[in-house]
Design a protein around this ligand. Structure first.
Ligand code: FAD
Length: 689
């Protein structure tokens, strides 16, 4: 049969159409910037295998360092172990986010390799968000490994373990403790001791440093390694891109991910993809000049973000201009701050912690934790790049002598720029930018207990945040919290306050490419288990001094609304504490409004610590009302504590034990058990930090 020209054209078009359909654009897509990282979380693409053994084989690794991290510290320790393992002992290391892999084949882990687990414990002994799936898997009885169903399926696995915890919590370091037990039971062999770092005692860093030396010694023995002189090797290549300028639309100027760079923002919004939310309203809650507490209303309408009363909202901060400038000056980056750079891992398993191409300025301002306390180990690393021999010696001493470091650096609460400048004014231009990116944490969003009720304002999230400002005794400087001072600046701007740069701190309030203009802030919501009883007629007792009252404002707001709607509301008791009724009594007028609605269903006990001759704290008020509390508990009241983990929450726990002992006539041990079982059954809930 004859085929005419029109037929050919139609056939060719059909063919092209099918190729287009089946290749989904792979063949004609515009080539991407070869250096651009494209994952939503701003790190290297997560494509590829979830098979860790395959990944290690492909990249020639014999040591994987898994991390379960919530605030970035465990991740940072994992990177530091990876670097040190390679530099000092020639291990071929990689770090691995626990959520990026599957664990069915852990039973085939080769005996000549080693796995590290750096595990933070979160909240009430829970895994961090990224460790949840791994934790569920390993806690099966027995875990469903792919091949080995022996008694000891992990007989070949050698592992190293370090935990990050806080001794003020009941389940101190329970993740590493339990993991260690499980792995041992499954036949795995631990190398060195299972280390424990304690944030509660403020010794995390020293615990880590103290643990790792004997661990390395044990690992050297076990794997027949040899220590060599550690020479700094950059993890990332940094290429200055003359072909790009900050105006180029593929250059990240602080946008959190590709989505934000290329589109107007798009959900779902989560820990990798914040929503740039308008702040609908912000105001000061304290009446004193020298302290600030902010109330902000964050508008999430249209974002698809939902919350329930008791959840947390994360605020993604921006560093203060003063600190960005200080770092630039210290490390000789001032001149080139707006130059465009592309970064990538020299080793394919290394992830750049922010999207590139970007500028030095944007990376530092939006992605690097530049104000945090500098670590002793990082001072050692920086010694190699000191401007002269004297400074080098001093840095090495600070790095190796814990007491000296404490006296000169940590007691003065110095950040990296301040610490390094105290040794030598600089500039420390020889420090590779990669070294700064490796040594400083990724700038972390900060969490806030939502202080509104989702029943009353589902699309507007309230936060109650005290502005962090710590005058360092004898040091002559004030440490300013990153996020809360940024929020303060936003509030000043929003309200047209005369001092738009509080305490000399200025911010890029309009954000990258003016995307935060009109007072916006990047946020995401994290769901929590801190919840009102589903039955509103159940009594509740809430203990929340200071900003610990935040979620309880939401609880009471919710119960007032339920009462308005004609529902039966149970006894709602709040123990609140602050310094003085005239200074820092949060939501003073609002409580009266709730009282009008809830009547005798709402009881508020106030403890003012600086009004009388004696300091009165919530713990005292609780003790004074022992019978009342015990009666409510016997009527199945839920008991909630929110706020300071280090002192208040622990003392409230003790006082409750004492109340139960005295009111029920049982001994202290028994009373302690009662409190424990209240906790495990969810009757006693904590939201502490
Ligand atoms: P950061 O910069 O994180 O500094 C915090 C502190 O670290 C400083 O005050 C200082 O003590 C120390 N520090 C900082 N830099 C240095 C340095 N160079 N050397 C030594 N020490 C240093 N807070 C609230 O106000 N309201 C809430 O409702 C609330 N809810 C929370 C809920 C949860 C689940 C969690 C985990 C925390 C909550 N927080 C709340 C605390 C909040 O997340 C922040 O930690 C707090 O606001 C401080 O953040 P920041 O960025 O301003 O300070």
């Amino acid at each position: 049969a004859q085929v005419d020209t029109l037929d050919i054209v139609v056939l060719v078009l059909l063919l092209l159409g099918s190729v287009a359909y089946f290749t989904k654009g792979t063949y004609w897509g515009v080539p991407k910037d070869p250096y651009a990282t494209s994952a939503l979380n701003g790190s290297a693409t997560k494509k590829g295998s979830r098979n860790i053994l395959e990944k290690m084989d492909e990249s020639g690794k014999n040591c994987v360092i898994f991390y379960g991290s919530q605030t970035g510290t465990a991740e940072d320790y994992a990177s530091r172990l990876a670097k040190e393992g390679h530099a000092r002992f020639g291990l071929n290391t990689m770090t691995a986010d626990l959520e990026d892999f599957d664990y069915e084949n852990l039973d085939q882990f080769p005996p000549d390799k080693v796995a590290f687990f750096v595990m933070a414990t979160y909240g009430e002994g829970e895994p961090t968000d990224n460790a949840v799936e791994f934790w569920e898997f390993i806690n099966q009885d027995p875990p469903s490994f792919s091949e080995n169903s022996d008694e000891k399926p992990l007989g070949n696995l050698k592992y190293v373990a370090f935990g990050l915890g806080n001794n003020t919590y009941e389940h101190y370091n329970s993740m590493v403790r339990n993991l260690d037990k499980i792995l041992t039971k499954l036949g795995a062999k631990r190398i060195g001791t299972a280390g424990e770092g304690d944030d509660g005692a403020g010794t995390m860093e020293e615990d880590f440093l103290g643990w790792k030396e004997p661990m390395w010694a044990a690992l050297v023995q076990e794997m027949g390694l040899e220590e060599r002189e550690a020479v700094y090797e950059p993890v990332f290549s940094v290429e200055e891109r003359e072909d790009l300028s900050p105006e180029t639309d593929t250059v990240y100027l602080g946008e959190p991910n590709k989505n934000h760079l290329e589109n107007s923002q798009k959900g779902p919004y989560n820990a990798h993809n914040p929503f740039i939310a308008p702040i609908a309203e912000s105001k000061e809650l304290f009446t004193v000049k020298d302290r600030n507490c902010l109330h902000c209303e964050i508008d999430v309408s249209g974002s698809g973000i939902s919350y329930t009363t008791g959840d947390h909202i994360a605020i993604w901060p921006t560093n203060a201009g003063l600190e960005v400038d200080r770092l630039m000056k210290t490390f000789g980056l001032e001149e080139k701050r707006h130059r465009v750079i592309s970064m990538k891992g020299i080793d394919p398993t290394a992830k750049v912690p922010f999207p590139t191409p970007t500028t030095y300025d944007a990376a530092i301002r939006y992605h690097m934790e530049i104000c945090a306390p500098v670590s002793r180990q990082f001072m050692s690393t920086l010694a190699a790049f000191a401007p002269n021999e004297e400074a080098k010696k001093e840095m090495a001493k600070l790095g190796s002598d814990a007491d000296y470091f404490k006296e000169k650096i940590s007691s003065q609460m110095l950040n990296v720029s301040q610490a390094v400048s105290a040794v030598h004014p600089g500039p420390w231009s020889a420090v590779p930018f990669s070294c700064l990116v490796e040594g400083l944490n990724k700038l972390q969003p900060r969490y806030y207990s939502i202080s509104s009720s989702s029943l009353v304002q589902p699309e507007k999230i309230s936060i109650t945040a005290v502005v962090e400002s710590v005058r360092v005794p004898g040091a002559g400087h004030v440490v300013k919290g990153v996020t809360t001072n940024y929020l303060l600046a936003l509030k000043q701007k929003q309200n047209g306050d005369p001092d738009p740069s509080p305490h000399g701190l200025t911010y890029e309030i309009n954000g990258p490419r003016n995307k935060y203009d009109g007072i916006h802030v990047p946020v995401h919501v994290r769901h929590s288990n801190f919840k009102l009883p589903s039955n509103p007629s159940k009594p509740i007792i809430m203990v929340g001094p200071g900003t610990g009252v935040a979620p309880f404002r939401g609880f009471v707001q919710e119960r007032a609304e339920q009462a308005k709607r004609g529902e039966e509301v149970g006894q709602t008791v709040l123990f609140y504490g602050c310094r003085r009724s005239s200074e820092d009594w949060l939501y003073k007028a609002e409580w009266d409004e709730y009282k009008k609605i809830l009547g005798d269903k709402l009881t508020i006990f106030n403890a003012f610590s600086r009004e009388g001759p004696k300091k009165v704290y919530v713990q005292h008020m609780i003790k004074e009302n022992a019978k009342f509390i015990n009666d409510l508990l016997q009527q199945k009241a839920n008991f909630y504590v929110c706020g300071d983990a280090a002192h208040m929450a622990r003392e409230v726990n003790e006082v409750l034990g004492q109340i139960i002992a005295s009111e029920r006539g049982v001994d202290e041990k028994k009373a302690e058990q009662v409190v424990k079982s209240m906790r495990s059954s969810g009757v006693y809930q904590e939201d502490v930090w």
